[in-house]
Design a protein around this ligand. Sequence first.
Ligand SMILES: Nc1ncnc2c1ncn2[C@@H]1O[C@H](COP(=O)(O)OP(=O)(O)O)[C@@H](O)[C@H]1O
Ligand SMILES: [Mg+2]
Length: 221
Amino acid sequence: MLQVESITKEYAGPAGALRILNGVSLNLERGEAVSIMGPSGSGKSTLLSILGALEPPTSGSVKLNGQDPYSFGEVELAAFRNRQVGFVFQDHCLLPQCTVLENVLLPALVATEKAPFDTEAKQLLDAVGLAHRIDHLPGQLSGGEKQRVAIARALIRKPELLLCDEPTGNLDRANAEAVADLLLELQRKQNTILVLVTHSEKLGDRVAQRYELNGGRLEKR
Ligand SMILES: Nc1ncnc2c1ncn2[C@@H]1O[C@H](COP(=O)(O)OP(=O)(O)O)[C@@H](O)[C@H]1O
Ligand SMILES: [Mg+2]
């Protein structure tokens, strides 16, 4: 489970500290999903970075299954991110020189387990409808296809926590819907906690718990 307690985040600005998050708390059990909307600059991406162990909060705490990643040393922290957290960004962030299959396998490169990642990557690519594209390079794919690869990559380690930052923001309506369908279906199948940041009310409304980030606080929508 994910336990977020009274998080604040401040950045240094020219006129002193700028408070972006002002007491954000959130508790999510395995398999639960929330959507977060909010104006540009309201701190949505900042919050996801804090949840994903990429950026420490100024105060407050984040725990995943009782573990506080910010109490870890560098090696443990990297392992935590790799093993427990999957990210999908608005921009797919695929490596252009690697094939579709290689991109999905990237997070597994550092795995110490001997899981059959190759088979799992192919199954995931099949699940996102790209079984016939595994040897393509990202440059040979459409925007929707690239985002589907990014989803498969985010899920290859079966993370406890899936963080999505405007995952359909760059897609046309039909592709956005197809990508959202896949994302939610796989999240349910893997029983992953999902925190979904979106500008799309339609997408935000597809998950049970809906929030808006306003003035540094999470409000129920
Ligand atoms: N590394 C940083 N240093 C200083 N200010 C930052 C940094 N990252 C984000 N901000 C500021 O924090 C605010 C929230 O940013 P962000 O989380 O990206 O918002 P959103 O994703 O909701 O559009 C913005 O005003 C942004 O300029
Ligand atoms: Mg953002």
